[in-house]
Write a protein that binds this ligand. Structure first.
Ligand SMILES: Nc1nc2c(ncn2[C@@H]2O[C@H](COP(=O)(O)OP(=O)(O)OP(=O)(O)O)[C@@H](O)[C@H]2O)c(=O)[nH]1
Ligand SMILES: [Mg+2]
Length: 372
C-alpha cells in the first residue's frame, strides 16, 4: 500500500504515535525498519562527546610542512603556508570523522597541479597538530554535541551593538562561559556606540563591570575606540563573535586598512542578514608589521548553547551568588521577595539567567532513544 504524507507527517514521524499504521506491512519491511532504527539508536548511544574532540596522533607526519587552516569550505579548506601564500587543499582519508576548524595547525602533502589551474586543490591535509585552545559551543543534540568555532585562539571578543540588533546581556554571559571553557581572555566590544547618546552609560553592563570584565566601546564607522584595540591585538589571535549585523566585519575592515570584507545592511527588524558565511583567519601582519596579530571574523550567531559544559564554570560568571545557590539554583524561587531579600542580590534578574544556564548545561540528550 502506498500512502502520501504531507511535510512533517512522514512515515517515520507517524511511527512515533501510531505504530498500528504498520500493522499491514510485510514482515521483511518490518524487520528492515526495526534494524535501521536499532542501528540509529546504537549510533547515538555510542557518541562520546569528549572522543569527538580527540585528534589522531600526528607523529608519522611531522616531516611534512605545517600550515594554518584559515577557512573551511564544503569540499575543501584554505591553508596559509609559512610564506603567507594561500592554497586550497582537500582532507586526506586518515582524517575521516575528524572535525577540523578554522585556526587548526595542519601538516599537508603538496600535490602537483598546473600553475594555470589555481582552482584545483594543490595539497592534501593528512594530520592536525594538538590544539593550544578550542573555542566551541554546544550542539543541538548528541549526534552533534559540539559546534567548533576556532582553534588556537588567545582571546574572545564578544561584539554587541547598542541598538540594531539590541544589546542582550544573556548572550554576554554565555560568551563568558565559552571563553572560560576554552581558557581564552574575554572582552566585551560594544559596537555602534554612535547610535546611543553619550550620556547613556549602558547600565545593562553593570554586572560585568563589577566583575572587572574588560569592556571596550567602539564606533567603527566614526573610527572611535579602534586604536586601543590595535594595541591589544599585538601577537594575539582574537575571535570576534556576535549576532549578525552587530558590525564584526566593519570592525575588521577598520582594523585592517587593506581589508575589504563584505559588510551587510540590516532587515527592517534591525537584525543582520548573515553577510559573513564562514569563519576566516585574517592576519594583520602584512599591514601592521610582524607580530600584528590575527583576527578571526565569524558568521553572525543566533544563540550560544552551553549544553554539555561544566557547571563549575558558573561560579566564575555569577560570583555574587553564595555556593548554596550555585549548587542548586532551581531550589530558589526568583519571584519570591523573601528569597530575594535573603540573598540580597544587586541584580535579582541574574538568578533566572543562572537557572537557565544551569539547566541547559545538563548533558542529558533530549533526542536520545528517539524511534526514527
Ligand atoms: N552606525 C553604525 N553602524 C555600523 C557600525 N558598524 C557597523 N555598522 C553597520 O552595521 C551593518 C552590519 O555590519 P556588518 O559588519 O556586516 O555586521 P556583521 O556583524 O559582520 O554581520 P554578519 O556578517 O551578518 O554576522 C552595516 O550596515 C554597517 O554599516 C558603527 O560603528 N556605527
Ligand atoms: Mg560579517
Amino acid at each position: 500500500m502506498s500512502r502520501k504524507f504531507r511535510l512533517g507527517q512522514s512515515r517515520e514521524a507517524q511511527d512515533l504515535d501510531h505504530r498500528e499504521v504498520y500493522s499491514g506491512e510485510r514482515a521483511t519491511d518490518s524487520k528492515r525498519r526495526q534494524r535501521r532504527a536499532e542501528r540509529l539508536e546504537t549510533g547515538i548511544e555510542a557518541h562520546d562527546a569528549q572522543a569527538l574532540l580527540r585528534l589522531p596522533d600526528p607523529a608519522p607526519w611531522l616531516h611534512l610542512p605545517e600550515a594554518t587552516l584559515i577557512q573551511r569550505h564544503s569540499q575543501w579548506v584554505d591553508l596559509e603556508l609559512a610564506d603567507h601564500s594561500v592554497l586550497c587543499a582537500t582532507l586526506g582519508g586518515k582524517l575521516k570523522g575528524v572535525h577540523l576548524v578554522c585556526g587548526d595547525r595542519v601538516r599537508y602533502i603538496p600535490m602537483p597541479v598546473e600553475a594555470t589551474d589555481a582552482k584545483r586543490p594543490q595539497a592534501q591535509v593528512v594530520a592536525v597538530m594538538p590544539r593550544k585552545s578550542l573555542l566551541k559551543r554546544g550542539g543541538s543534540d548528541d549526534r552533534e554535541p559540539w559546534q567548533l568555532i576556532c582553534a588556537n585562539a588567545d582571546e574572545l571578543w564578544i561584539c554587541a551593538a547598542v541598538v540594531d540588533p539590541p544589546l542582550r546581556p544573556g548572550l554576554l554571559e554565555r560568551a563568558q562561559l565559552l571563553a572560560l571553557d576554552a581558557g581564552l581572555t574575554f572582552r566585551v566590544l560594544i559596537t555602534k556606540r554612535d547610535r546611543a547618546a553619550k550620556k547613556d552609560t549602558l547600565p545593562e553592563l553593570d554586572p560585568l563591570r563589577e566583575q572587572g570584565v574588560a569592556i571596550h566601546e567602539t564606533s567603527a564607522l566614526k573610527g572611535e575606540g579602534i586604536e586601543p584595540l590595535r594595541a591589544l591585538l599585538q601577537d594575539h589571535v582574537v575571535v570576534l563573535l556576535g549576532h549578525s549585523g552587530v558590525g564584526k566585519s566593519t570592525l575588521v575592515n577598520a582594523l585592517r586598512p587593506d581589508s575589504v570584507l563584505k559588510t551587510g545592511t540590516l532587515t527592517k527588524f534591525g537584525t543582520g542578514k548573515q553577510t559573513t558565511t564562514a569563519a576566516r583567519w585574517l592576519p594583520l601582519a602584512q599591514t601592521a608589521g610582524p607580530g600584528g596579530g590575527i583576527l578571526v571574523d565569524t558568521p553572525g550567531i543566533r544563540t550560544l548553547s552551553v549544553r554539555g559544559f561544566d557547571r563549575a564554570l558558573l561560579a566564575q560568571v555569577f560570583p555574587e551568588f553564595p555556593s548554596e545557590v550555585l549548587e542548586e539554583p532551581c531550589a530558589f524561587d526568583p519571584e519570591d521577595d523573601e528569597t530575594l531579600d535573603r540573598l540580597d542580590l544587586a541584580y535579582p534578574e541574574r538568578l533566572q539567567s543562572l537557572q537557565r544556564l544551569w539547566l541547559e548545561m545538563d548533558t542529558r540528550n533530549p533526542n536520545q532513544n528517539v524511534w526514527r
